[in-house]
Design a protein around this ligand. Structure first.
Ligand code: BGC
Length: 366
């Protein structure tokens, strides 16, 4: 329950109390196979829906191909859709998957709190709903969650920011700026909370100085995960707060935004600070090797998609998918049984080792 902070915890307690009062509490063991298509599983060539968000980072683009290929190879009939048009398009796509009789619907939500009606329809039709990468919030119509440990991602980013600045300048104080992802994406706040778990004590003890004064999540967000929004915000902050001050580091929640921040700093004629990232995007791995971006996160999309497909295979056989976390991801209504994969921090120092098994990235880090 650490994922949603104090407010989330309070909401969770209220929700649990409400469930207990109405007698609707459901034990973990009864929430999967039997509640989603019976113990007999479903036909091996069934339709499996995969609802992906917008192409805001490379991992989503990779996921499309991997889901299509992996589900086909396992004998299923994949229906993989992007919702480039936004939330209502994604809502329609999920409804259409239900109509087509999808047995499992895997959802990478644009806005995890806007799909309640559609995932409820899916459950009513007997489908299993798996939240992929991003949690589905405020609904009990989600059976499983498969993701990299997002809180850990944030912690690794926070630590990398500190380590990178220390390597350049052994003693603080350090001038930093903080960026968060898109507030509609449930992950954005989790990344932020993980990072602030590391950085807040350093802000409090004066090691870090957020010169702009913009220290809250709401001030730091980047709508739509859009590079142009991060670049504009960095431009504005530099113009307002860094005429004489030097900028030592920037917390960036992902690679796309990291590169936008670096572009902004360079066009202001300033030296590139320590900038964090996430996703191991090709251009950012190149930037890291060139000594510009400081760090990224390795969250191999192949492993995440494979894990999601493993869940589908188990469900097809009428078995419970593997989970390794049944306490961290309370979505406001229920704690969603999760399988979390471990993210890895990558800097120039360990890039070669980190990407050894990646045919694309290994070529960039020789
Ligand atoms: C994913 C990140 C990605 C971001 C923007 C998040 O939900 O976990 O890997 O950078 O979305 O697409």
């Amino acid at each position: 329950m650490r994922m949603f902070g104090t407010a989330g915890k309070a909401a969770a307690v209220v929700a649990i109390a409400a469930l207990a009062l109405t007698g609707c509490g459901r034990s973990e063991s009864s929430s999967s196979a039997s509640a989603s298509g019976g113990t007999g599983g479903f036909a091996a060539n069934s339709t499996i829906g995969v609802a992906l968000p917008q192409k805001t980072s490379e991992n989503w683009v990779l996921a499309e191909g991997l889901f299509n290929d992996g589900l086909k190879a396992a004998g299923f009939n994949p229906d993989v859709q992007f919702a480039n048009g936004g939330v209502s398009e994604q809502q329609n796509q999920i409804s259409a998957m239900v109509t087509k009789g999808a047995k499992v619907i895997i959802v990478g939500a644009i806005d995890g709190s806007q799909l309640g009606t559609q995932v409820q329809q899916a459950k009513a039709a007997g489908a299993t709903v798996i939240a992929y990468d991003r949690l589905l919030k405020n609904t009990d119509a989600v059976d499983y969650y498969v993701a990299y440990d997002n809180y850990k991602v944030g912690q690794l980013q926070g630590q990398a920011l500190l380590d990178g600045m220390k390597a350049k300048k052994p003693n603080g104080p350090y001038n930093v700026e903080l960026f968060a992802g898109s507030p509609d994406d449930a992950n954005a706040k989790v990344f932020w909370d993980g990072a602030m778990n590391i950085l807040q004590p350093k802000i409090d003890d004066g090691t870090l100085k957020v010169v702009s004064g913009q220290k809250s999540f709401d001030q730091a967000v980047t709508q739509g995960w859009k590079a142009e929004n991060a670049q504009k915000r960095m431009d504005t902050i530099l113009a307002a707060s860094y005429n004489s001050a030097s900028l030592d580091g920037v917390l960036s929640p992902n690679d796309t935004l990291a590169r936008a921040i670096i572009t902004s700093v360079k066009s202001a004629g300033k030296p590139v600070p320590v900038v964090t990232g996430q996703d191991s995007e090709v251009e950012s791995v190149k930037s890291i090797m060139a000594g510009e971006q400081y760090s990224t996160i390795n969250k191999d999309t192949r492993n995440l998609v494979n894990k999601a497909i493993d869940m589908v295979k188990k469900l097809q056989q009428g078995q419970k998918p593997d989970i390794n976390d049944d306490k961290s991801y309370n979505n406001g209504v229920k704690t969603v049984p999760a399988f979390l994969l471990p993210p890895q921090i990558v800097t120039k120092a360990n890039a070669k080792e980190a990407y050894a098994n990646d045919p694309t990235l290994s070529k960039l880090v020789q």
